[in-house]
Design a protein. Structure first.
Length: 362
């Protein structure tokens, strides 16, 4: 068996081994075509089947109602930062945002270029270590939508409950926790996610949008390519898409279904996170950085009491093939990203190393 390193990077991240093996098996001859999937025409029957199955499997996993469309977009989640206001923000309306970290700030920055914005809640006062209480938030009466970032990769926080927005469409960037747990799609007007955390390779994003919102861009003076409606109408085949990305995403969807669906996936993720957080909480050397009630199941952020040992810790971790543990440059410390495909065995391996390091550096 090929060597497999414990990859704790925030993305691109580790993918299911069964999926990678299937890609390897089919790479030179996809579905008996005598071609690789990356050589197969996006207009062929074979590839049309790939797109249709991926779309249907996602609908099955999330129980997506018929009045929603699924789109596979070229480009990561960031391409959707401007596309959301371009498609949804109407004249006389305001784009509302909850600011919970670096990616929320970037989305807000793009929206400001395109129209009026409002920040209805923020956790910037404490360096984004918590999710603000949205129970009493005041959404502007003329809000076109409310944008949230469901999981904050850099800061290690995650929504445990989504806000009630009434008739204002809720938009969520779910890039780093998409398909790590079941959720009710009917609470959202639009969800988008970069694939490279939980569901596929980099360079592609998944968009789920309520059909009535598709029509908002119909008469807007923006290029056809930038309209979600264009891609939804053509089932993600308006132009030559990231065909390999869609193929790989589709295989991940099938793998998640084989695991028993998102309920089982969530249980596994909760178990993994508990092992790591328990180790951090019982340690005199390591300390978590996010408020306990808002801790992410995907990105575990922590620091060391003896900052002078950080470089040594990372060097030793790399030697033990525990890679990608360095925290984001904007916050420092450490970050262990434990997405869907990260195994409990590798989390246990990390915890054993942390305890051993701690003993040796009392």
């Amino acid at each position: 068996m090929a060597k497999r390193t414990a990859n704790f990077y925030a993305g691109p991240s580790t993918l299911p081994l069964d999926v990678l093996k299937q890609v390897q098996k089919e790479f030179l001859d996809f579905k008996a075509t005598g071609m690789s999937v990356i050589e197969t025409s996006h207009r062929s029957k074979e590839f049309e089947t790939v797109v249709n199955e991926a779309e249907q499997d996602l609908k099955d996993l999330l129980k997506i109602p018929a009045n929603y469309s699924v789109v596979f977009m070229s480009g990561g989640a960031s391409i959707n930062f401007p596309l959301v206001p371009m498609n949804l923000l109407q004249e006389g309306k305001v784009a509302a945002y909850v600011n919970t970290g670096e990616w929320a700030k970037k989305a807000l920055k793009e929206a400001k270029i395109l129209g009026e914005t409002a920040v209805v809640a923020s956790s910037e006062d404490r360096n984004f270590c918590y999710i603000p209480d949205l129970a009493g938030m005041k959404i502007p009466a003329n809000a076109a939508y409310l944008h949230i970032t469901s999981n904050n990769t850099i800061e290690g926080t995650q929504y445990k409950k989504f806000p009630e927005t009434g008739t204002v469409p809720l938009v969520a960037d779910m890039s780093s926790d998409f398909l790590s747990y079941p959720f009710d799609m009917t609470k959202f007007g639009l969800v988008f996610a970069g694939a490279q955390k939980n569901v596929g390779p980099s360079g592609i994003s998944v968009v789920i949008i309520r059909n009535d919102l598709l029509a908002l861009a119909e008469k807007k003076n923006i290029p056809a390519f930038f309209k979600y409606q264009t891609h939804a109408k053509e089932h993600s085949l308006y132009n030559t898409p990231n065909s390999f990305g869609i193929y790989l995403i589709g295989l991940v969807f099938k793998s998640l279904k084989k695991r028993g669906g998102l309920g089982q996936v969530e249980k596994y993720n909760v178990e993994k996170a508990k092992i790591l957080y328990d180790a951090i909480d019982s340690s005199p050397l390591f300390k978590g950085t996010a408020d306990k009630k808002d801790r992410s199941l995907m990105n575990v952020t922590f620091v060391m009491a003896k900052k002078e040992l950080e470089a040594e810790f990372l060097k030793e971790a790399d030697k033990k093939e525990l890679i990608g543990l360095k925290g984001h440059r904007s916050v420092g410390g450490f970050r262990a990203s434990i997405y869907n495909a990260m195994t409990i065995e590798n989390v246990v391996k990390l915890v054993k190393f942390m305890k051993d390091f701690e003993i040796r550096h009392k």
